[in-house]
Ligand binder design. Structure first.
Ligand code: TXA
Ligand code: MG
Length: 336
């Protein structure tokens, strides 16, 4: 039996980028930084590399992968485009928007789990863009976490979860946004629908497309919607510690000292039942961008503690980031 690989973290020097691009060209997989969360990237057109991605994550083969590009010119070979795609690309790429489009035959069925559609995006993290250019091929990359666990927002998170399964991680610092991309179903450009909320708002997409956009995630995920985006399972992003979601946290309602409180914004004065030890917050100043950026790291930290339960408070309002944060919290809290 061969020894298990141990991931090494590489800084984004030109030399390291060449080394990692060569590894990818040979069919290896690499943990990569994006502006949303870290991904586990491999050559989307190499079936062996794609198999490695599924294996390393323990991801079921019926959950398709997002294909990442560095330029719009690469898209034509992979998917059917439309004027709507061009408008959205101009407005939001590179950036945290994923489009689900009718696929072309060049994309292996393994990437799309046999679907006739492929999910694509041009990310905006400069090191990932540099790597995409250096290897000059589309890269399939799901979030770089073991299937079902909290997404990684730092190179150390990737190593914690997949360090024994992969060899290479590119360090791009802490992810800027902190929650995964908005996924827009654009298989039929006349009926766009958001499948997963992210930093790009439904209203911003509506303004660019000049038409209403449905939000599939608003409703209970039906079997047909689950068939469209099987990864959007009710239970996801799950810490081992049970989470209970609250509109507003009222700590005095519990007496256990083994329960933690995760506020949206740190309260100026600690309420009864809260101590410096059991009280956490996503943001000090109430900024949603801050809260999104620290969400997954905070859930990981809480999960590493000895808490029997995490009481979490929903993000206020209905902005894109509030919807994204609450979507992830809801899935993390879904019953086993
Ligand atoms: O921000 C992001 O999107 C990150 C970074 C790495 O780019 N990626 C990410 O990938 O979140 P992943 O695999 O964790 O989530 C991708 C989601 C899954 O829920 C999957 O079901 C859905 O995209 N998806 C992929 N291909 C699809 C397709 N053809 N049709 C519908 N949904 C698809
Ligand atoms: Mg994921």
């Amino acid at each position: 039996m061969s020894a298990r690989p141990t991931a090494k973290i590489y800084r984004g020097t030109p030399r390291n980028l060449r080394l990692l691009a060569n590894a990818i060209k040979k069919g290896e997989v690499v943990g990569v930084p994006t502006e949303t969360v870290y991904g586990l990237a491999g050559d989307a057109l190499n079936v062996q590399a794609v198999k490695k991605i599924f294996r390393a994550k323990g991801r079921p083969s019926n959950d398709p992968l997002i294909v990442h590009l560095h330029s719009l010119a690469q898209l034509d070979a992979l998917a059917e485009t439309s004027p709507a795609v061009e408008k959205l690309a101009r407005a939001f790429w590179p950036g945290p928007l994923t489009l689900v489009l009718p696929k072309k035959p060049a994309v292996p069925g393994l990437v799309t789990s046999g679907r006739p559609s492929v999910a694509v995006r041009i990310p905006r993290h400069p090191l990932f863009l540099a790597l995409l250019r250096a290897c000059a091929r589309p890269l399939a990359a799901p979030s770089a976490n073991p299937f079902g666990y909290i997404s990684p927002t730092s190179a150390a998170h990737v190593r914690d979860g997949l360090g024994k399964k992969i060899r290479y991680i590119l360090d791009g610092g802490t992810c800027d946004i902190g929650v995964e991309s908005t996924i827009l179903d654009l298989r039929d450009p006349r009926h766009p629908a958001i499948l997963r909320p992210g930093a790009i708002a439904r209203r911003a997409i509506e303004r660019v497309l000049r038409m209403p956009v449905a939000a599939a995630h608003d409703e209970i995920v039906t079997s047909t919607q689950a068939a469209v985006a099987p990864g959007l399972l009710a239970r996801h992003y799950s810490p081992r510690t049970p989470i209970e979601l609250h509109e507003k946290l009222k700590p005095a309602t519990t007496s256990s000292t083994r329960e933690a409180f995760l506020f949206f914004q740190r309260p100026a004065k600690l309420p009864a039942g809260c101590t410096a030890i059991n009280t956490f917050a996503l943001t000090k100043n109430g900024a949603l961008s801050n809260a999104a950026k620290t969400l997954f790291a905070t859930l990981r930290k809480l999960d590493a503690g000895q808490w029997t339960k995490i009481h979490a408070e929903r993000a206020p309002g209905d902005s894109a980031l509030a919807l994204a944060i609450n979507d992830r919290l809801t899935r993390a809290a879904a019953k086993r």
